[in-house]
Ligand binder design. Structure first.
Ligand code: PLP
Length: 363
């Protein structure tokens, strides 16, 4: 028997969420972030569902190739940009856009053989201190790009937020985002070109950051990073259900301990279920006892340690929990954000972490 674990991708939810992004930022174009295999949802499937997006954003040239191979003709932005000179020829062959975030990339562009000009997104470091030019380097970098025949006209100016998940609400700690907005505006004053600042949380919570291009990722998959919220709080729909089945049901006596290292002790004689899912599938081993799961649609919890192929769940008070009963690990009825919170991570990491042995199906 094939392992019953399966990730169902809800393409209608992807389309719905894209519509939500457009409604929230009606004057912006949408770059759908589909890096990391569409946040684990399957790049081709996601791109087809989101074919109405104005552009795609990816983190690897192989993902540009895959998008072109299925006929996606929109701009595709390679987020890390040019890593080595040969990437320039690849970008040209794939008609892809490049982020330019570092002087070494400017040099590679300037020294490249003449050829088809590349559309460039000039990235500023406005305070996150990951990628980007410092504010006082931006005008010079822009001038050098503009002067290079290898760069297409219409350089886009972009920024990335560190803390936009703190919403622009009274009492929230939005200072870093306010500061980044200010630095961006000052550093780009007088420069022509479209602007792109907003990730999902900024689309949801920082209308002042919408600008010409929004770049949502997580929100398209129905996930929220805003503390204490789930995607549904913003009208988003979960795009993935991770489900499996019980493959054993047993009664365990009071005082007996369950699983590796005997971390969980039965407080009473009780029914216990064994579900076919574990960290070998990408379910987090860090998920402690108490992490929510649904058995036959009813609220239950992980008990004992998650192992590679299996996990144990509490069947007290659950009706219909026989061998073969459905177990939902996350999905529209059990937000991945809640599972992630219990496991000390974010929903993005969980959907990205699914391993190859998990079947992805579409519905
Ligand atoms: C991943 C990424 C995004 C999308 O972030 P979300 O939180 O998923 O919306 C936007 N911009 C850049 C540069 C990114 O790397």
């Amino acid at each position: 028997m094939a392992r019953p674990i399966c990730a169902t991708i809800h393409t209608d939810a992807l389309r719905h969420n894209l519509g939500q992004m457009r409604q929230r930022a009606p004057n912006s174009r949408v770059m759908a972030m589909v890096k990391a295999d569409g946040y684990g949802h399957g790049l081709e499937r996601v791109a087809r569902a989101l074919a109405g997006a104005d552009a795609f954003g990816v983190a690897d040239l192989s993902e540009v190739e895959r998008l072109r191979a299925i006929g996606m003709s929109q701009p595709v932005l390679l987020l890390p940009g040019i890593n080595e000179p040969v990437d320039i020829a690849r970008l040209r062959a794939l008609n892809a856009d490049a982020v330019i975030h570092h002087a070494s990339q400017l040099e590679m562009l300037e020294q490249a053989d003449a050829g088809e000009p590349i559309r460039c997104w000039l990235k500023l470091d406005t305070g996150m201190h990951r990628l980007g030019f410092a504010p006082d380097e931006v005008h010079q970098a822009h001038a050098r790009l503009s002067a290079s025949p290898n760069v297409a006209p219409g350089i886009v100016l972009m920024n990335h937020f560190a803390s936009s998940d703190a919403l622009d609400r009274e009492g929230s700690s939005g200072e870093q985002t306010r500061a980044q907005l200010r630095v961006f505006a000052e550093a780009t004053a007088g420069l022509d070109g479209a602007r792109s600042l907003a990730n999902s949380a900024a689309v949801l919570g920082w209308p002042a950051a919408h600008a010409d291009w929004i770049r949502p990722g997580g929100a398209l998959y129905g996930m929220s990073l805003v503390d204490g919220t789930v995607g549904a709080d913003f009208g988003l729909r979960a795009a993935m259900t991770l489900s499996t089945r019980l493959i054993a049901v047993k009664r365990v006596c009071k005082g007996e301990r369950i699983g590796y290292s005997a971390t969980w002790e039965c407080p009473e004689d009780m029914p216990v279920g064994v579900a076919a899912a574990g960290y070998g599938d990408g379910y987090p081993r860090a998920a402690p006892a108490g992490t929510p799961v649904l058995v036959c649609g009813q609220s239950s919890q992980v008990i004992g340690r998650v192992s590679m192929d299996l996990m144990t769940v509490d069947l007290r008070g659950i009706e219909g929990a026989q061998v073969g009963a459905p177990v939902t690990l996350w999905g529209p009825e059990l937000p991945v954000e809640r599972v992630a919170l219990a496991a000390g991570t974010i929903g993005y990491e969980l959907t990205c972490a699914l391993t190859r042995r998990v079947r992805l199906v579409e519905r």
